[in-house]
Write a protein that binds this ligand. Structure first.
Ligand code: G1P
Length: 297
């Protein structure tokens, strides 16, 4: 049996231009989703799947990120003095959550380039990649399923979700073959952000991957693709078509709850959806929202 996977890589070096001016001096990963920065959901998901070793690939403005996952002794002392243990726990939680490491991306040359920056830290073992724009509901444990499939098939695994064909140009799209398991497909090809006409299917890669370390060698020779960026999808396309050398690629079909925080409209929807389900906010938000909707006519 192979050793269990322990490492997660979280690319967090995007410029966040869609959220300017909020992201002028702060990374978009720090935008609050209800009352937690988006990135904390992702780290919590990683830890819940047993991956406690987290490498963040950061860009400019990394300080807010590093501070969030560090101690904040002054604030802790004040809350301690007040006896406010509930808030003290909230402050401490992100500090004790995971063993977090940071590496700078340097030039922002694309997601594939960001993942390649993890090579030294990850070494020669499979690892997970979690993109911060996607929040997967903690009640629908996708990553755990992907880790199990990786162990079973010794391939690289991507998370796939059916999207409306009009949306496929926003994602990597997969050509697939069925397997014996209705929730797992063999990926035969991948295209980054195709037009609806060129898409091989309406199965979109959502931001979760469990990759074999062979991906690093492939990324080293992957040329800039869509948007003139080094695309992770292009490296995975090569792996999907060279299974003998790289282990091939399988897809886990996700049918659970996913919240996109990548643009302003989806971000607003994500906050409402997550707040509605919370015990502390839902009971008041639901009736207010119902009333508010009626005023819209
Ligand atoms: C990235 C990937 C794309 C994937 C998407 C998931 O794109 O390049 O293949 O489908 O994440 O969110 P981005 O949204 O960063 O442009």
């Amino acid at each position: 049996m192979s050793a269990p996977i322990t490492k997660a890589v979280i690319p967090a070096a995007g410029l966040g231009t869609r959220f300017l001016p909020a992201t002028k001096a702060m990374p978009k990963e720090m935008l609050p989703v209800v009352d937690k920065p988006a990135i904390q959901y992702v780290v919590e998901e990683s830890v819940a799947a047993g991956l406690h070793d987290v490498l963040m690939i950061t860009g400019r403005n990394k300080y807010a990120l590093a501070n969030h996952f560090d101690r904040m002794t002054e604030l802790e002392a004040i809350l301690e003095r007040k006896g406010d243990h509930e808030r003290l726990h909230k402050v401490n939680h992100s500090t004790t959550l995971a063993d977090i490491h940071y590496v700078r991306q340097g030039d922002p040359l694309g997601l594939g380039h960001a993942v390649l920056r993890a090579k030294m830290h990850v070494g020669n073992e499979p690892f997970a990649v979690l993109l911060g724009d996607d929040i997967i509901d903690a009640r629908d444990p996708l990553l755990t399923t992907m880790l199990t499939e990786q162990g079973k098939r010794n391939a690289s695994i991507v998370a796939l979700m059916e999207v409306d064909p009009s949306q496929i140009h926003l994602y990597g799209a997969a050509a697939v073959e069925q397997t014996d398991d209705p929730d797992v497909v063999r990926v035969t090809g991948l295209v980054e952000k195709p037009s609806a006409a060129d898409a091989p299917s309406n199965l979109a890669i959502i931001g979760r991957y469990v990759l074999r370390p062979e991906v690093f060698g492939v990324l080293e020779h992957t040329l800039p693709g869509k948007g003139n960026e080094i695309q992770l999808t292009d490296a995975l396309q090569e792996m999907a078509t060279t299974p003998e050398a790289t282990g091939g690629v399988y897809g886990v079909i996700f049918r659970g709850r996913r919240y996109d925080t990548g643009d302003r409209l989806d971000y607003i929807k994500a906050i409402v959806q997550l707040a509605i389900d919370r015990d502390d906010l839902g009971p008041e938000l639901r009736p207010w929202l119902r009333d508010f909707v009626t005023t819209l006519g």
